[in-house]
Each structure stands twice: as structure tokens, then as C-alpha cells.
Ligand binder design. Structure first.
Ligand code: NAD
Ligand code: UDX
Length: 484
């Protein structure tokens, strides 16, 4: 087999999303001698990555604009020319989406690998010489086998070449979390490289060693690497479902979940992180990766293990419906025609991503009850909210014109607001669903008089100062707070 080049000079990354864009920007920034081409089929996304106004990048991530600003046009390039970028590359990262299958075998659980397979076929068609193919997407264990099979079937010279082509597949899952992606990429807890070919493993390790300490670059076999990514997410998600189950118990017993978190987190075997109770986990990864694990367990005839992990997801959905139900209960059993201010729509702070955001389920439940939702999020646009709720935005109610026909008919409606103060105007309740920094510093003395009394604050992220809220006469529910 041809040896891989000692130095990787040219990288192609297929997929310019939340992972591909930031990861490649940091590699380009840290490795000025490597040309990095990020390609995507989505022309609008590529145009946004190339926008001269760095505030218009398609992914909002603190610090990303500065990194892209330094490297773009130097050794970082965004384009839709997938074939050309593959043909020039020594190393191709596959960083495409792997959502849960929506139909067919394994529907609702298994990963949809059609985009990964399409990438493997495209690499097989266009690569030249020796190419290292790196799985960056999160994939079910043993996916590399499929990619290898496709690539090995193509190990013959292209028509215009005489030498044979060769491929090696590595797994290099990404552990970044949105909102802290640049920090996570620049100082990762670890970099994981799985593979069978030492030369290829070392070629990739050499890239990371430009800025990551060598003891943090872990090497495993392919299958351990693929499975570690799925299970890392499952363990993190399990902590959130565990603490949210405890939060519900706190609310009925007078315990305070933050005090419980502090007490259990002080045990060094447990640790203090990922113990914030809230409206349940969202984001593009946790749910799909656990469901994928559930599917794998069923496939390998481990039904008890599958049920164990399935419950982590079930409890998460339960927490979201529980919050919607308690809002309705506190507002005298009905929210029909009532105005509610939803603060935050993104699945967490510091991202514009709304995939699997808890706000979606909570808002849908309230819309079903006929609520009028005034939604404010500092980074999520109205078009995205409309797609997530599968409901067009309405115009804000006009006090002169009276209630809209939809409101009179008891239909739920929503509209976007551009500030907190506009959203709370005339509202019966405020729901805080994302922990944006600005929601920690709200002026409740100014907000309370604008609301219709008696008014409620439902703080699903425990970000408000309870004394400041209650002193204005507002009623407060905070996740995991007993009525002590
Ligand atoms: P994304 O949807 O934001 O981006 C994927 C991109 O791939 C899209 O822009 C899509 O147009 C493009 N694409 C799909 N098929 C293509 C093809 N054949 N050729 C060219 N482009 C193609 O997804 P993401 O959030 O960046 O996630 C990518 C992978 O990384 C997933 O497997 C995910 O599980 C994993 N991951 C995500 C995160 C995260 O926080 N988002 C973290 C770690 C790992
Ligand atoms: C996650 C993993 O953390 C990351 O390692 C992986 O690579 C991709 O998936 P991400 O989904 O971007 O990252 O965000 P994360 O910070 O993990 O938060 C996930 C969800 O859990 C969010 O909705 C967040 O609000 C929630 N969460 C997190 C809690 O409710 N409580 C916590 O203590 C921590």
C-alpha cells in the first residue's frame, strides 16, 4: 500500500455546518502550512461563510468571527466545488449531518447515513493518490466498515492516471459543544483518533499536535473511537435526565435542586459539571445519539440495555411536557387567549441553533392550549421559529383593534418580538427557556407593571434572582425549587 504523505498539505472537509465550519477554521488558524477547503452542497450556507460581514456567518459561536477573519482567504476556503476539493486533498474529513432516520427500517432511532455514504462515494470517485478519510460526523459503531468497503471497491487508477489509488479510514469524533466551540477546539479535554493504520493516525495526530498537548491525543481502535462518541453523549445526557428527575422531587418536598446539585457535585467521583436542572436537554446530538445507541442495542439483541438508555430520552421529553402543564395549571387551568412571553428559543445560550430546543415542545403544548406567544431570542430569527413550530407568525395583537380572529377562536398564535420589554407587555406570564446572559440581569421592577396581574414568572433555567422577582409582586416558579 502506498504510504501516506508525511506532511498533510491539503485538507478537504465535506460539510460546512456547526462542526465542519468551526473545526476547520481552528485547524487552518493553527496550521498555516495546510490549505483547508471546506465544501458543502448548500450554496446559501457557503455564501454566508464567505460573507465579508463576519457577523453574518451561518453559525453563531463566540470567537468564531475572529478565527475565520484571520484564516479565510489565506489557507481557509469555503466553496461548493466538492469534487475539486476532494481531488486536491491528502486528507478528507466527513462532517455531514447524521440525523435520526424518519422512515423505513430503524425509523425514529437509527442514524440516517445517506449523506455519509454519498460522501464516501464522492471520495471514491474523485480522490487521487493516497487519501486519508476521517470520520468527523458522529456515527454508529462499525460505520467505518461501510466507508472502507465503498473506498476499497474504488482502489483502481482514475482514467487519466496510471498509479493505483489508496485509502485509509480513521475515526476522529468531535466533542465540541455549541456555544463554546472555539474554546473546546482550542483547548480540548482530549482528541480521539481511532484507526488501524499507524502512519495515517500519526499524520492526523501531527496536525492536532500543533496546539494540543501530546498526552491529550488519544489513540484507539476504530470501533472504540466510534462508540466512545455515542457513549460520551449518552453519559452526559443521562446526568441531565437524572438531575431533572431529582428537580421534580425537590419541587414537591421543599428541597432545592441547586443545593442538592452542589452537595452531590462536591463528591469528586461525581463532579460538579452537567448538574444544572432545566427544561431538558436539546441540541442536535444528545437525543439522536442516544436513540442510535438504543437502536444498536436492539440490533445486537440487548433489549434491557436499549430500554435503559431509552428512558433517558423519555424522561427528557417528560420534563418539557411537565413544564408546559404546570404553566397551564398555575394560570387558572387555561391559557386560551392569554398572552405569554417566551424568553429564549435556542437550545442553549450562545448559539443560534434551535435543533431539538426544549422551547419547541413547550411552545407547541401551549399553542395547542390556545396561548398567544410573544417570542424573543437574541440570535434566533422568526423564519427559524416558524419552521420549528410548523406555524406561520401572526401579527402582534393590536390593543385598538382588539383580539384577533384566531385568538377569539381559541387558536394558538405566535409572533416574534425584538426585546424583552416588548415581549412582556400585557403578558400573564414570562417563561425563561434559554439561559441567555441578559435574562440574568432583567429589571423586574420595570417588567412587572407592564404585565397583566396576577402575573407569573416561570424560570426553567434558574437564572433570575428570586428576591428581585418576588419583591415586585410577581409569582415565581423556578425549576427544582420547593415551596419553602
Ligand atoms: P449540520 O447539519 O450543521 O452540517 C452538515 C452539513 O453537511 C450541511 O451544511 C449539509 O448541507 C452538508 N452536507 C450533507 N451532505 C453533503 C454532501 N454529500 N456533500 C457536501 N455537503 C453535504 O451538522 P453539524 O451540526 O455540523 O453536525 C455534523 C456531524 O457532527 C453530525 O454527525 C453530528 O452528530 C456531529 N457532531 C455535532 C456536534 C454539534 O454540536 N453540532 C458536535 C459533535 C459532533
Ligand atoms: C453536546 C456535547 O456536550 C458535546 O460534547 C457533543 O460533541 C455535542 O453534543 P451541545 O449539544 O452543543 O454538545 O451542548 P451541551 O452543552 O452538551 O448541552 C446540551 C443540552 O443540555 C442543552 O440543551 C443544555 O441546556 C442542556 N444542559 C446542559 C442542561 O440542561 N444542564 C446541564 O447541566 C448541562
Amino acid at each position: 500500500m502506498t504510504k501516506p504523505p508525511k506532511e498533510i498539505r491539503n485538507i478537504c472537509c465535506i460539510g460546512a455546518g456547526y462542526v465542519g465550519g468551526p473545526t476547520m477554521a481552528v485547524i487552518a488558524d493553527r496550521c498555516p502550512n495546510i490549505q483547508v477547503n471546506v465544501v458543502d452542497l448548500d450554496a446559501a450556507r457557503i455564501a454566508a461563510w464567505n460573507d465579508s460581514d463576519l457577523s453574518k456567518l451561518p453559525v453563531y459561536e463566540p470567537g468564531l468571527d475572529a478565527v475565520v477573519g484571520r484564516a479565510r482567504g489565506q489557507n481557509l476556503h469555503f466553496s461548493t466545488e466538492v469534487d475539486i476539493a476532494i481531488s486536491k486533498a491528502d486528507m478528507v474529513f466527513i462532517s455531514v449531518n447524521t440525523p435520526t432516520k424518519a422512515k423505513g427500517l430503524g425509523s425514529g432511532q437509527a442514524s440516517d447515513l445517506r449523506w455519509v455514504e454519498a460522501c464516501a462515494r464522492q471520495v471514491a470517485k474523485c480522490a487521487k493518490g493516497h487519501t486519508i478519510v476521517v470520520e468527523k460526523s458522529t456515527l454508529p459503531v462499525r460505520t467505518a466498515e461501510t466507508i472502507q468497503a465503498i473506498l476499497h471497491a474504488a482502489q483502481k487508477p482514475l482514467v487519466d492516471e496510471s498509479s493505483p489509488r489508496s485509502f485509509v479510514v480513521l475515526s476522529n469524533p468531535e466533542f465540541l459543544a455549541e456555544g463554546t466551540a472555539i474554546q473546546d477546539l482550542e483547548s480540548p479535554d482530549r482528541v480521539l483518533i481511532g484507526g488501524e493504520d499507524n502512519d495515517a493516525i500519526e499524520a492526523l495526530a501531527k496536525i492536532y499536535s500543533q496546539w494540543v498537548p501530546s498526552e491529550k491525543i488519544l489513540r484507539t481502535n476504530l470501533w472504540s473511537s466510534e462508540l466512545s462518541k455515542l457513549t460520551a453523549n449518552a453519559f452526559l445526557a443521562q446526568r441531565i435526565s437524572s438531575i431533572n428527575s431529582v428537580a421534580a422531587l425537590c419541587e414537591v418536598t421543599g428541597a432545592d435542586v441547586r443545593e442538592v446539585s452542589m452537595a452531590i457535585g462536591a463528591d469528586s467521583r461525581i463532579g460538579e459539571r452537567f448538574l444544572n436542572s432545566g427544561p431538558g436537554f436539546g441540541g442536535s446530538c444528545f437525543k439522536k445519539d442516544i436513540l442510535n445507541l438504543v437502536y444498536l442495542c436492539r440490533y445486537f439483541s440487548l433489549p434491557e440495555v436499549a430500554d435503559y438508555w431509552q428512558n433517558v430520552v423519555t424522561l427528557n421529553t417528560w420534563q418539557q411536557h411537565r413544564i408546559a402543564r404546570l404553566v397551564v395549571k398555575q394560570l387558572f387551568g387555561t391559557v386560551t387567549g392569554k398572552r405569554l412571553a417566551l424568553l429564549g428559543f435556542a437550545f442553549k445560550a450562545n448559539t443560534n441553533d434551535t435543533r431539538e430546543a426544549p422551547a419547541i415542545n413547550i411552545a407547541k403544548d401551549l399553542l395547542e392550549e390556545g396561548a398567544q406567544l410573544a417570542i424573543y431570542d437574541p440570535k434566533v430569527n422568526a423564519k427559524q421559529i416558524s419552521m420549528d413550530l410548523q406555524l406561520h407568525e401572526s401579527s402582534p395583537p393590536d390593543s385598538e383593534a382588539g383580539p384577533t380572529r384566531a385568538a377569539l377562536n381559541g387558536e394558538g398564535t405566535w409572533w416574534p418580538e425584538s426585546s424583552v420589554i416588548e415581549a412582556v407587555n400585557g403578558a400573564d406570564a414570562v417563561l425563561i427557556l434559554t439561559e441567555w446572559e441578559e435574562f440574568r440581569h432583567l429589571n423586574w421592577a420595570m417588567i412587572a407593571p407592564k404585565m397583566r396581574q396576577p402575573a407569573w414568572v416561570f424560570d426553567a433555567r434558574a437564572v433570575v434572582d428570586p428576591i428581585a422577582v418576588r419583591s415586585t409582586g410577581l409569582k415565581l416558579w423556578r425549576v427544582g425549587d420547593g415551596d419553602s
